[in-house]
Design a protein around this ligand. Structure first.
Ligand SMILES: Nc1nc2c(c(=O)[nH]1)N[C@H]1C(S)=C(S)[C@@H](COP(=O)(O)O)O[C@H]1N2
Ligand SMILES: [Mo]
Length: 341
């Protein structure tokens, strides 16, 4: 039986506040003994409730949409990060409010509606956290999260981020170029691709069984895409450690590709010779390719990709080729964007 999940509670733009103000409001709300949920109810946003969802009548767990649990969206307990360098790479566009970025999420391990990850992802234990790096490389090994979080090389990068469902946002991510991290493991000439895997644990992710696809979530990049300077191994956003619902403690951000390539809560990285399987492609290969480069001219079979809606905004704007990061175009010279979608 298919149970339709009601759309998430979007946030009216008048209620959107930067993180610090939001924290103050939460405190005030707590002092007054009110529910923080009162802050996030609003009128409907029509965005794509059924997009990026298995088309087959996948069983989806009925969810408690009227929950009174406050979204885990505040900065409480999330450490501030030391940032050595800042780059604005979104054409000066206004940042999407932290409140939106941390309460409107795709993280199917914690529920398939946008509001569920913020309410459920607190069950994920992000310490200790080790990432295994192996496969076609000379120095396979492990990567500890503390090593990365305390790196003196942490950078803030403001990127546009475009989900295949036609919503988008502008986020100040904090991380380190993936290429710098991968180089430590000395990939061999056989390393043509890099495969990534998300943590999966039934206890910590009880809604994972309703994700609609097999877990763990897997993703992959061609080696030159992984080594491209724009590809960011991300540990934070808005100056602090990532909220769990945004992929703590460690996720990928590939700004010229649709959001699902930016795999969350990574525990394994593997250098491989052949194109690795990827979760959405396994599920619906016609709809989700391996490359998934943002391209307004290549429609999704069920909707156009020519426009997008920024979280918190009312009207659509035009989608840019490669999400505006046209410096990656040379990676795809001679490749038909429809065939290699
Ligand atoms: N493990 C895992 N990673 C994931 C997903 C997921 O469901 N599970 N969703 C993807 C999709 S579809 C998008 S759009 C982005 C959303 O990132 P955000 O919640 O930080 O906006 O995460 C991607 N990474
Ligand atoms: Mo997405």
């Amino acid at each position: 039986m298919l149970i339709r999940i009601p759309p998430p509670h979007p946030i009216r733009s008048s209620e959107i506040t930067p993180e610090r103000v939001h924290d103050d409001r939460r405190r005030l709300v707590a002092q007054l003994g009110l529910s923080a949920v009162a802050l996030v109810t609003g009128c409907g946003r029509s965005d794509d409730a059924q997009a990026e969802r298995p088309q087959a009548s996948t069983e989806i767990a009925a969810t408690d949409s009227a929950s009174t649990v406050a979204p885990a969206a505040g900065s409480e307990g999330r450490a501030a990060l030391n940032v050595a360098k800042r780059s604005e790479l979104a054409g000066g566009e206004t940042l999407t409010p932290f409140m939106d970025v941390s309460t409107y999420n795709n993280y199917y391990e914690f529920g398939t509606s946008k509001d569920q990850p913020a309410r459920n992802a607190h069950t994920l234990k992000t310490r200790p956290w080790m990432v295994t790096v192996d496969g076609e490389c000379e120095s396979p090994g492990q990567l500890g999260i503390e090593d990365l979080v305390n790196a003196s090389t942490l950078e803030e990068r403001v990127y546009r981020f475009r989900c295949v469902e036609a919503w988008s946002m502008v986020v100040p991510w904090v991380g380190i170029a993936l290429s710098d991290v991968l180089a430590r493991f000395k990939p061999t000439s056989k390393a043509k691709y890099v495969a990534f895997e998300t943590f999966y644990d039934r206890q910590q992710m009880p809604l994972g069984r309703w994700a609609g696809f097999e877990l763990p979530y897997v993703e992959g990049l061609r080696i030159d895409e992984a080594m491209h300077p724009l590809t960011l191994l991300t540990v934070g956003m808005y100056g602090r450690v990532l909220p769990n619902q945004n992929g703590a403690p460690l996720r990928l951000v590939v700004p010229w590709k649709y959001g699902y390539k930016s795999i969350k809560s990574i525990v394994r990285v593997r250098f491989v010779e052949k194109e690795p399987p990827t979760t959405w492609n396994i599920l619906q290969p016609e709809e989700y390719g391996f490359y998934s480069n943002v391209n307004p001219a290549v429609s999704h079979p069920r909707w156009s990709q020519s426009g997008e809606r920024r979280l918190g905004e009312l009207f659509k704007r035009k989608t840019l080729l490669y999400n505006g990061y046209t410096e990656v175009a040379s990676l795809y010279t001679g490749m038909d964007p429809v065939k290699f979608h």
